[in-house]
Design a binder for this molecule. Structure first.
Ligand code: FAD
Length: 412
């Protein structure tokens, strides 16, 4: 057995999905691990769904976690609903749809509470030949062999590691929300609820799928249906208008749901009535608190340098169209643990990680960018327009959205 004098020590900044996956993998390999999360209380989901892929189940398995039948809600396939509510297209594609809260609960329960420090805001690090010292806004500096930035798309670790890497606004926003299964009409329950459903107004995309309800309940009658509605919003005028809150403050990156102005929500609900199928319009009308998410792309040239490494959204954020955010973070964690297990030379292991994950993650972000290009508000070149057109038909949307097949194709 290794004794703690010789155990390698990892500090993980950020205790969401990426941080927990990484922590669990490293613990299994005998590392001493602490997670330092800025938020002082247990995190709670933004209430949206997460699409599972085979790669996510593989990553759960390799982290020593068994996903039971209650991991999510199964759907048999996909439908596209026309404006009049009829089914315009259909595709068999069985999938399990889980929620952020369920994933966080599963991972969090497996990670030792005593090694998870809440209310610790990471400030900066210093690195030398033997290790890294991480500084937080409270508590003593922490010395470690390896510093992992799992601190999401506004990563403070990345800000020091690669200050030039910045999220780029994609030119459209997503309205999101969800409704209790029990609050939906018989029509919506029969024609929309069982499916991963789409509605495709010109230059926009609405999609929805069933997820677990309160307390991660997946029993029929207790579930919810969540939606994501992508709408163009140009950077100069429409985005700042949407992000101007109840106090007149123009938010730059995101807006708290309860600060979205009533007239903005009313406009969105009116648009739902005139543009969407009746089933989706009902869903929007019955959503008590919609939230607004501007869509960004983020890439980095390097995920690792020396003894510092970025995982998950801290390094790469793709538009949500391929539903890879959680799976990508899980795969980063699994590969990082694998390369660290192969050698005691941490910088060499991180170089290998960088080579393995940077290319794949860049590919994921570019693929998601291509899927969403037709919704961008900004003017595209003729070539970009032609490429964008390939991804907007009902068949293409059903085939390509939230599937990980493109990863297999790239590996083939
Ligand atoms: C509370 C929460 C709810 C979410 N809900 C959904 C959802 O419903 N659907 C969905 O698709 N995605 C959701 N996401 C995003 C999703 O988790 C990520 O896209 C993906 O799983 C990659 O996760 P990540 O761990 O890399 O990044 P994130 O999930 O963004 O986690 C980053 C973590 O780092 C912490 N952090 C940031 N800065 C610091 C700092 N300076 N010091 C210490 N800690 C810091 C943050 O508080 C956060 O917990 C949610 C994220 C969070 C944090």
């Amino acid at each position: 057995m290794e004794n703690s004098m010789t155990r390698r020590r990892a500090v993980i900044v950020g205790g969401s999905i990426g941080g927990l996956f990484t922590g669990l993998h490293l613990l299994r390999q005998g590392w001493e691990v602490t997670i330092h999360e800025r938020v002082p209380v247990p995190l709670s989901g933004r209430g949206a769904g997460i699409v599972t892929h085979a790669q996510l189940f593989e990553a759960l398995d390799s982290a020593g976690l068994a996903a039971g039948d209650d991991i999510g809600v199964p759907t048999p396939g996909r439908v596209v609903l026309a404006r009049d509510g009829s089914i315009a297209a259909r595709r068999d594609l069985p999938q399990i749809l889980t929620s952020w809260g369920r994933m966080y609960e599963l991972l969090g329960a497996a990670f030792p509470e005593g090694m998870y420090h809440r209310g610790q805001n990471f400030l900066r690090y210093e690195e030398d030949a033997e290790g890294v010292t991480a500084h937080f806004d409270n508590g003593d500096p922490v010395r470690c062999d390896l510093l992992i930035g799992a601190d999401g798309f506004r990563s403070a670790v990345r800000a020091q590691f690669d200050p030039a890497a910045q999220p780029l606004y994609a030119g459209y926003v997503a309205w999101r929300g969800m409704v209790e299964e029990s609050a939906l009409s018989d029509r919506a329950l029969a024609e929309m609820f069982p499916y991963f459903a789409f509605c495709l107004p010109e230059g926009e995309q609405m999609l929805g799928y069933p997820v677990a309800g309160e307390g991660n309940d997946v029993q029929p009658g207790k579930r919810r249906y969540n939606f994501v509605w992508y709408r163009p919003a140009d950077l100069a005028t429409e985005l700042p208008r949407l992000l101007t809150d109840r106090n007149g403050v123009v938010n730059e990156v995101s807006i708290a749901p309860n600060m979205i102005r009533d007239e903005i929500i009313a406009e969105m609900r009116d648009a739902a009535q005139s543009l969407l199928s009746p089933q989706f319009a009902e869903l929007v009308a019955r959503t008590a608190q919609p939230f607004l998410q501007p869509i960004y792309d983020l890439t980095v040239d390097r995920m690792a340098r020396g003894r510092v490494v970025l995982v998950g959204d801290a390094a790469f954020v793709g538009r949500p169209h391929c539903g890879m955010g959680v799976t990508k973070a899980a795969q980063d964690a699994a590969v990082l643990a694998e390369v660290l297990d192969q050698t005691g030379d941490i910088p060499a292991a991180l170089e290998r990680f960088n080579a393995l994950r940077c290319a794949t993650n860049t590919y994921v972000v570019n693929h998601a960018r291509a899927l969403g290009a037709y919704m961008q508000a900004q003017v595209l070149s003729a070539e970009e327009r032609e490429n964008a057109e390939r991804h907007r038909s009902a068949d293409a949307v059903m085939r390509e959205t939230a599937t990980a097949d493109f990863l297999r194709q790239s590996a083939a």
